[in-house]
Ligand binder design. Structure first.
Ligand SMILES: C[S@@+](CC[C@H](N)C(=O)[O-])C[C@H]1O[C@@H](n2cnc3c(N)ncnc32)[C@H](O)[C@@H]1O
Length: 299
């Protein structure tokens, strides 16, 4: 399976995506192409035909577009409760697998998602010991990247979706030649389940806050599981509709107020405007902005 064949299959189903895709692929670094190539080769080895992988990618592209149209018309996300989306998304193995594999592909390809992936890798403390926690690893590619690059003594992943747990276990197992003894990937609700390894040296929560009803409670729980040295990495998005986004952030200030209320402080933030637009244009036209934060416990 070659990446060229994958993009060919994507465009055969979705020809209007060509200009965006070609522009995006031109921005990939050679090492990223190598990593993406290995990921796609593994998916193919898992028995997924190229048409299926193209469908995964196009599911994310087209479902996001549909939600964007809905958002432009109504000014808010279609759904606002976990119950409305959980059955169709997190607990629907067929949809969830397509969605998560598609999302992993966008993490390389979409310039905003690629920028978040690079930011995650650039800020990850790779020389620390202690335990690493990731909330909602989803496709598992960030979790795998952390294990490959860092030296934490223990890695814990918690995801509410059985499909995400399975995908994360498989991707880690494949690229590390089996699931290592110091890696634990559990199915559970981050708000409800005990996490006995706390305090953690690092806590990572990528693209979860906009998927939950009470993001402030997630941040407060992160603070509970941290000490003053914990490296906390959180990403989310503003005005960015998707099938399962239920909490609408309209400004970075709104996110940062929740962060402060949870007993956390912003150390560093990276705002990534919609491709080809400025942050001002995004704010004016309510276009999607991705945002990545490095946080510390403040009290
Ligand atoms: C959009 S995916 C994010 C995947 C990956 N972290 C990334 O940044 O691309 C969100 C993940 O959060 C999980 N999730 C949602 N609510 C959760 C909860 N209460 N506890 C644990 N995981 C949750 C979902 O099942 C899904 O796998």
């Amino acid at each position: 399976v070659s990446l060229e064949a994958l993009w060919g299959a994507v465009l055969a189903e979705n020809p209007r995506h060509r200009a965006f895709l070609e522009g995006a692929l031109a921005g990939l670094r050679p090492d990223e192409v190598t990593e993406l190539d290995a990921y796609v080769a593994w998916l193919a080895a898992e028995g997924h035909p190229i048409e299926y992988l193209a469908e995964c990618y196009n599911t994310v592209v087209l479902d996001t577009l549909r939600e964007q149209i809905w958002f432009n018309r109504h000014g808010h996300y279609r759904h606002s409760t976990f119950a409305e989306v959980a059955g169709d998304v997190y607990h629907n193995p067929d949809y969830m697998r397509r969605y998560m594999v598609g999302l992993a592909l966008t993490a390389f390809v979409w310039p905003n998602h690629a920028a978040m992936r690079r930011h995650f890798l650039a800020t990850l403390p790779t020389a620390r010991g202690g335990a690493y926690l990731e909330i909602g690893p989803g496709h598992g590619f960030y979790f795998l990247s952390a294990i490959r690059r860092a030296r934490f003594e223990r890695y814990v992943g918690v995801d509410i979706s059985a499909t995400s747990v399975d995908l994360t276990r498989r991707v880690v197992g494949h690229f590390l030649g089996g699931l290592p003894a110091h890696v634990d990937i559990r199915q559970g609700d981050f708000l409800a389940d005990a996490v006995p390894e706390a305090p953690f040296a690092a806590i990572v929560m990528g693209e979860v806050l906009e998927h939950v009803e009470a993001p402030g409670r997630f941040l407060a729980r992160i603070a509970d599981l941290s000490d003053a040295d914990t490296h906390i990495h959180v990403t989310t998005c503003i005005n960015a509709p998707a099938v399962d986004h239920i909490y609408l952030f309209r400004t970075p200030e709104q996110i940062e107020a929740l962060v402060r209320d949870a007993g956390l402080a912003v150390q560093d933030r990276c705002l990534m405007p919609y491709v080809g637009k400025t942050l001002e244009e995004c704010a004016r036209d309510r276009l999607a902005v991705n945002v990545a934060y490095t946080l510390r416990k403040s009290r």
